[in-house]
Design a protein. Structure first.
Lengths: 361, 259
């Protein structure tokens, strides 16, 4: 449905998108995942014809976005990062304007009613957009993208700034749209793409790091690798016990304390679920685990995991790992920076692989 | 393009700006008409139209400042640029909306001439002897129509200038200020030609320079129309001025896509 070939976008000397290629099948929900500034929005803006690419080709349903921009734009509904709302219009006026703008041929009253039904904005239909809450504004933005029933719908960070309940609603909504539409959405939250998308394209620094089915990525980044464990017992002994377990790559006592219980950060080796083992080992010594929480992976972990994983499958051997201690120190850095630096590490390791293998990517 | 045109027209009247524009323009033109004709005791509308032209310096930026600057600030231009509409269509939709407001104001202001015709009717009825001598007393309809037409053409050109400046700016206030400056410069340009030094000689002594200024000036083009003559050269001049600035506006948006 959507075909992106060797897309490059330079802003002066800065390269925002560096040779990205991927395809999206009809009816697929694809998530673009990456830290802020990775090139997600730029890619989407090129895809929707808002920006032009420096080089490369983008086509939607076989229509080149540069060759026939109007024809391609007709097939796309787009919700930019900041919903493009005219604050002084009512929802009704706004949707009618969009209906006219997109030159729809559908039955107007019925179509607008359908769209409002889908995104549930009936009760604010006659209100001025300025008075709406963030959640409703986002929905009006989504409604705008749905007008004209476009084959392809593109959402740029659709859940940013919403509360948890709204996030779940929007995710369900997008999930539902996937039945009749091809959807691309961008986000920097892994859980979001896991919850919604069929396929995940991970972008960092303008390059594609991974392009996999969601279940494959989920397997790679399965939970249980990093845990917060709260144990009632003497801190030093508990820590020593944890460290002595097989499959633990890193453990550290955190400052958090509740009575005689301390919290520990535990990381296990790749593909090892340490939780049961940890439970029995501590129970044997008479120390009670009063809390255990699997930590979600941050983006930098995902980059490492994903790159590790593809390395592993290519070379058929155990992945080279970044020393855990070094990583723990780096964790204090801001997410993007660390993500980038770790990603570079991983890239370096990767490039050390035999060159003949590179072609498989 | 029609959708954008309708949206802009609606936005003039959802916001106070449309009413403010029409209000100021109508009040100003009515007062001006009163002072330059009835109070001055003449049927000649020449000075009315000349002074009215200067009000455009303030009023046209009022119409054009929002057009693009506001869209850029609110990021709604993303909606327009990703919709199946050409950039030219978008620019023209907005331009014609501003032009419609302008022409509407001008046409409404034509009620100012009614008192002149009423007075002239009364005067002609009173003084039978004047009629007998075949002298005409009253406003010259040809001049008025020509001048109104010229005002509209001048406005069409200046609105294109304002549109272009709005497209360059992200802030409607700065768009307004720059537009006022630019339009003032264009309107006042031929005053340079009228300046005299102490000996009564033109300040710009070199005749070709005066000729060029006269040729470029948007105001001096007004002359023939003011005499009720349909001047094709001036028509072409105003039309091409509008075309050039609208073309530049489209280029600004094309350029931004590639930026």
């Amino acid at each position: 449905m959507i075909k992106i070939e060797h897309l490059v976008k330079n802003y002066g000397s800065h390269c925002a998108v560096d040779d990205i290629s991927f395809e999206v099948e009809a009816g697929e929900i694809v998530g673009l995942l990456g830290p802020n500034g990775a090139g997600k929005s730029t890619t989407m803006n090129i895809l929707t014809g808002y920006l032009s690419s420096t080089s490369g080709k983008v086509s939607v349903a076989g229509i080149d976005i540069l060759g026939d921009p109007i024809g391609a734009k007709r097939l796309i509904g787009y919700l930019p990062e900041q919903p493009p709302l005219y604050l002084d219009m009512t929802v009704e006026e706004y949707l009618n304007f969009n209906y006219e703008l997109k030159g729809c041929k559908l039955d107007r009253a019925k179509h607008l009613a359908d769209v409002c039904e889908t995104v549930k904005i009936h009760d604010v239909y006659r209100k001025v957009i300025r008075t709406l809450s963030k959640g409703y504004r986002q929905r009006v933005g989504i409604a705008q993208a749905l007008i004209g029933n476009p084959k392809v719908i593109i959402f740029d960070e659709p859940t940013v700034g919403l509360d948890p309940k709204q996030i779940i609603e929007i995710r369900n909504l997008i999930r539902g749209l996937g039945k009749d539409h091809t959807v691309i959405l961008s986000t920097h939250i892994l859980q979001e793409v896991q919850a919604v998308c069929d396929r995940i394209v991970i972008i960092n620094k303008g390059k594609i790091v991974a392009n996999e089915k969601t279940e494959n990525i989920t397997r790679v980044v399965s939970a249980g690798r990093r845990l917060h464990v709260k144990v009632a017992g003497p801190q030093r002994d508990v820590l020593a016990t944890i460290k002595s377990l097989q499959g633990i790559s890193y453990a550290e006592a955190l400052a958090e304390r509740e009575g005689d219980a301390y919290t520990y950060l535990v990381e296990s080796d790749h593909g090892v679920d340490i939780r049961k083992k940890l439970f029995f080992a501590l129970a044997e010594r008479g120390w009670a685990i009063i809390g255990m929480e699997a930590l979600g992976m941050s983006l930098e972990d995902i980059f490492i995991s994903v790159v590790d994983q593809s390395e592993k499958s290519k070379l058929g051997q155990a992945p080279a790992r970044t020393p855990r201690r070094a990583r723990a120190k780096e964790r204090a850095l801001p997410e993007e920076e660390i993500g980038a630096s770790l990603y570079e590490d991983a890239q370096r390791q990767r490039s050390e692989a035999p060159p003949a293998q590179e072609d498989e990517e | 393009m029609q959708a954008i045109y309708r949206k802009e027209m609606r936005s003039y009247f959802i916001n106070p700006i449309g009413y403010v524009y029409l209000g100021i323009f109508l009040v100003f033109s009515a007062l001006l008409c009163c002072y330059t004709t009835i109070i001055a005791g003449t049927y000649s509308t020449t000075s009315y139209f000349t002074y009215l032209m200067f009000s455009f310096v303030i009023l046209i930026p009022l119409l054009t400042m929002r057009l693009f600057a506001e869209e850029r600030k609110l990021r709604t231009e993303q909606l327009l640029l990703t919709a199946p509409v050409t950039i030219t269509g978008m620019v023209l939709g907005k331009y014609f909306a501003a032009l419609t407001m302008f022409v509407g104001g001008i046409l409404l202001s034509c009620i100012n001439f009614i008192p002149l015709y009423v007075i002239s009717f009364a005067e002609n009825a009173d003084t039978e002897n004047v009629r007998a001598s075949l002298m005409h007393i009253g406003p010259v309809t040809g001049q008025i129509i020509g001048s109104v037409l010229a005002l509209i053409l001048l406005g069409a050109a200046l609105i294109a200038v304002g549109t272009f400046i709005s497209a360059l700016s992200e802030n409607q206030l700065s768009a307004a200020v720059i537009s006022v400056g630019t339009i003032a410069g264009m309107v006042l340009l031929n005053i340079l030609n009228l300046l005299k030094d102490s000996d009564g000689q033109p300040l710009i002594a070199f005749y070709p320079v005066r000729l060029v200024i006269d040729w470029v000036s948007v105001v001096s083009r007004f002359g023939a129309f003011g005499n009720g003559v349909f001047d094709y050269a001036s028509l072409l001049y105003y039309a091409s001025l509008a075309f050039v600035f609208l073309f530049l506006t489209v280029r600004v948006y094309e350029k931004r896509r590639w930026g």
